[in-house]
Write a protein that binds this ligand. Structure first.
Ligand code: FMN
Length: 578
């Protein structure tokens, strides 16, 4: 397959759109390599190495034209290419070579920004100068639309067209009517593939690369699918999804100019940064009370507040309110974090910034300030109306969450019921263990959920088979304690598997502060259960035996209260630099 890329952006290879085009080409290349896989040698490489003779069917040849680098004069309208020198323009510039390449290509990819609802001037010149490629006669349009067309001078059958474009407004929708009209006439209605994306300027903002890279990944996928026969509707739906919700994007875009809305004067870097951060706030995360985030830029000596409310956020530059969370850091650290050069939690552990007040905001940062794909319901990017709706709901992939109750239920059953009635209690415990797999329809299972079911069943069977419960019950507490304590030595302490649900899921496992907090808590709980067998054994020899389960619940209640407190206190202590 021969592909011609025409990059019509005046920015050349610095073009936002060109990033999408490169991703699309990467997908095509990947698809081609997968398709042919000639004796393990990627075919694109074979072409590069000049082994065209050995090329398998799916070999790719890609040529690129950067319109800004070419000498293409505007059409003179003399029609010489129709009558005096049929098929040849009277001007000797680079357009002759462009026409040769257009005739050579099987697929032409037009890559361009939207300028005034159409293509940029340089590209329009190139399009006009295609006149030698058609004959002067007037014929009906194939699809019967318009007032006629000119027949092709050359055999263009089987050639395909792809349009890739970004524009500056929040969505492609309603912006591309001119482009559709132009290419419907050139190629025939719907006789081309298009990827049109709003919010194009975001592709050059490194701080937002998590979201834009995600989009580019879908473009790459589209390229691969295109080669395989056509872009799948699921991929198309993702391509039609807004990068960010309209309000977020427009607030970010407005702030990015660094100019005050009130007086048009230039604003400080720190204020621009604060405004952009405020724009990323997601009102869906409103926790039921207004939060006031105070940003103290220690290197610039500037301080601003962001009020996170039910309807949205607002930036306060003076007349400050009482801050709920205060972050003290140089702006350089903020920028590194935002650009993904260092993780926020890592910077915190290295004491690169300090946090005072409510630390929960920090732990749930992505929930408040929209991680990638935090777009809102129905936020279609689609040009051309309602025929290509966004699927809504963000890039959020519903994931099953773990639940510690699944781990605890079997143990609790065994600790309470056999002490009251030996045999029935053991049967109840086994029944509870048997029910555990049912929870896995709704919840994500952990190794410890399964292990707990197996262990408790084993202990219950042991009692049923006649082993003394005075031995087996303390042994079960000991096993439980060992299970918890041992995980403190491994990579993920036991509680982290469960508490991560409240802190961005598996991403929390990369957060050193989260992991340290959980390691300490797991150890505390582990130690409690390593000691519990001692008094359990003694209690089981007294008249209090039926109440052992109840008595052994007292300490965990206090530990539970301690856990809730420690989970908040410890990260705040570390973040506060104490
Ligand atoms: C002269 C000019 C005209 C523009 N016209 C539009 C427009 O009509 N609609 C729109 O949404 N964006 C418009 N934009 C914004 C660009 O389409 C947008 O910045 C695009 O992402 C630039 O892509 P590029 O980096 O590939 O050149 C315009 C930009 C310029 C400089």
């Amino acid at each position: 397959m021969k592909i011609l890329v025409i990059n019509g952006s005046p920015k050349g290879d610095k073009s936002n759109t060109y990033k999408l085009t490169k991703a699309f080409l990467a997908g095509i290349q990947e698809g081609a390599e997968e398709k042919s896989n000639a004796k393990g040698v990627p075919e694109a490489k074979m072409v590069l190495e000049g082994k065209a003779g050995q090329r398998p069917k799916e070999a790719l040849e890609i040529e690129e034209i950067q319109v800004t680098r070419l000498d293409i004069h505007p059409c003179l309208g003399c029609f010489s290419c129709w009558d005096k020198t049929p098929g040849s323009c009277c001007m000797q510039d680079d357009m002759g070579e462009v026409i040769r390449k257009l005739l050579w290509a099987d697929v032409t990819i037009w890559s361009f920004p939207l300028y005034y609802y159409t293509v940029p001037g340089g590209l329009k010149n190139l399009i006009d100068r295609q006149l030698p490629m058609v004959l002067p006669f007037m014929v009906e349009n194939k699809d019967g639309t318009g007032s006629g067309s000119h027949p092709a001078r050359y055999d263009m059958s089987g050639k395909k067209t792809v349009l890739i474009s970004t524009c500056g407004f929040y969505a492609a929708e309603g912006n591309y009517d001119g482009i559709y009209s132009l290419f419907d006439h050139i190629c025939g209605k719907n006789q081309y593939t298009s990827i049109f994306c709003g919010q194009g300027e975001l592709f050059r903002v490194p701080e937002l690369s998590r979201r834009t890279d995600q989009y580019l990944e879908y473009v790459r996928r589209a390229g691969k699918e295109y080669l395989m026969g056509g872009i799948r509707p699921e991929t198309e739906a993702e391509l039609n999804r807004l990068l960010y919700p309209r309000e977020t994007f427009e607030a970010m875009a407005d702030a990015s100019w660094g100019i005050s809305r009130e007086n048009g004067e230039k604003e400080s870097d720190a204020l621009v940064f604060t405004r952009q951060m405020a724009a990323l706030y997601r009102p869906e995360s409103y926790p039921g009370r207004e939060l006031v985030l105070e940003m103290q830029y220690t290197d610039l000596g500037e301080c601003y507040q962001i009020v996170l409310g039910k309807e949205g956020s607002r930036v306060i530059t003076d007349g400050f309110m009482a801050a709920t969370t205060r972050i003290e850091t140089p702006i350089t650290v903020w920028r590194s974090i935002a650009a993904g050069e260092i993780r926020g939690d890592e910077a915190l552990m290295k004491q690169l910034y300090r946090v005072k007040g409510d630390f929960d905001l920090m732990l749930k940062w992505d929930t408040f300030f929209g991680g990638p794909g935090s777009s809102a319901e129905g936020n279609s990017n689609a040009a051309g109306g309602g025929d290509r709706p966004g699927t809504g709901g963000g890039i959020h992939i519903p994931r099953k969450a773990t639940d510690m109750k699944i781990l605890l239920f079997p143990w609790m059953a065994f600790w309470i019921f056999p002490a009251i009635h030996n045999k029935t209690g053991c049967l109840v415990s086994i029944a509870v263990c048997a029910l555990v797999p049912l929870f896995f329809y709704q919840n994500k299972k952990t190794f410890y959920d399964v292990l707990s079911g197996v262990l408790v069943s084993g202990f219950s069977m042991a009692v049923l088979l006649g082993l003394s419960d005075r031995i087996v019950l303390p042994l079960s507490y000991l096993t439980f304690g060992i299970m918890w304590t041992v995980t403190c030595l491994g990579k993920i302490p036991l509680t982290a598997h469960y508490s991560m649900n409240d802190y961005n899921g598996e991403d929390a496992l990369k957060n050193p502060l989260f992991m340290k907090t959980n390691r300490i808590l797991t150890l505390a709980w582990g130690i409690l259960y390593l000691l519990t067998p001692v008094w359990t054994y003694l209690l089981m020899g007294t008249g209090l035996k039926p109440y052992t389960g109840a008595i052994n619940s007292i300490m965990p209640i206090f530990m539970g209260i301690f856990t809730v407190w420690f989970q908040k206190w410890y990260p705040r202590k570390v973040a506060g630099g104490n």
